[in-house]
Design a protein around this ligand. Structure first.
Ligand code: 15L
Length: 265
């Protein structure tokens, strides 16, 4: 299968450039600018996702897409609009026109970040975004559902928690995702014969999880990593962080507390 990975220069894309070539031998990497550490011989095509003609070039001839591209944290509306709303629509629409069979959309925990931490949620809850960034991820999940339901594309949305080798604070004990576990989820989305439209939580085997990830397990996901192995270090790091009572209440943490003024209305 020929694969396109967008967002190749980002944190996740950079790690996947080290991991995916051992599994897939024909990968086109894309980002707005070429990563300085691109492996010799790796195929790279630059594209601004907000420009349809550029997106059409990167999707040509591919069978599957891992769409990581876009703005990966909260930002001004205009930035989110161009990169994550227009960019995401362009990606799916261009993929449809090019007859791409499978798309993995890297959505985020921030699509549901306004759920309180004491509520365990599955993938069938109403979205509750915590930021403009989170809203754009809800939008992307909807665009994916549309192309799956109406046009038969096989789409997997992975609500990524925190992608890292170790959980860095108390919140991340609940949402930690080891890179190897993400690769396992990507392989399910790209290869499992039963995928039509699915949402998975991008989380390792975390005892403190707020998410019911049984849908991913139904498709064979068996995470190998556990945040609990790093509990003491994560809690020690938490001690050094400033207090954030609103952020500590909601799943989205500082994305939820930033600009929060619901208590003032
Ligand atoms: C995300 O969606 C961001 O892309 C990442 O930078 C982290 O902030 C992560 O969420 C998180 O919630 O820890």
């Amino acid at each position: 299968m020929k694969l396109l990975v967008t967002g190749a220069a980002g944190g996740i894309g950079t790690r996947l450039r080290q991991m995916l070539p051992a599994i897939y031998d024909d990968i086109r990497w894309s980002d707005i600018t070429k990563p300085a550490d691109l492996a010799p011989g790796a195929e790279f095509v630059a594209a601004d996702l907000a420009k349809m003609n550029e997106v059409e070039k990167i999707v040509a001839g591919v069978d599957g897409i891992v769409h990581l591209g876009g703005f990966s944290v909260e930002g001004p509306w205009e930035t989110i609009l161009q990169a994550n709303i227009i960019g995401c629509y362009n990606l799916f629409e261009a993929a449809y026109r090019a007859n791409v069979k499978r798309v993995i959309f890297a959505t985020s925990n921030h699509a549901v970040g306004m759920y309180p931490r004491d509520q365990k949620i599955g993938v069938n809850v109403t979205v509750r975004p915590d930021s403009r960034y989170g809203i754009s991820k809800c939008f992307g999940e909807s665009v994916g559902a549309f192309y799956a339901d109406k046009h038969g594309m096989r789409v997997t949305c992975i609500r990524i928690g925190n992608f890292a080798d170790t959980p860095i604070d108390k919140r991340r004990l609940s949402i930690y995702l080891h890179p190897e576990d993400l690769v396992q989820l990507l392989r399910i989305g790209l290869e499992h014969p039963e995928i039509k439209y699915e949402i998975f939580y991008g989380a390792s085997d975390n005892a403190a999880a707020w998410w019911d990830n049984s849908n991913a397990h139904k498709f064979g996901y068996r995470p190998k990593h556990k945040s609990e192995d790093f509990r003491a270090e994560a809690l020690a790091a938490q001690e050094k962080l400033p207090a954030d009572p609103i952020g500590d209440y909601f799943q989205g943490g500082s994305f939820s507390s930033a600009e929060y003024d619901a208590d003032k209305r």
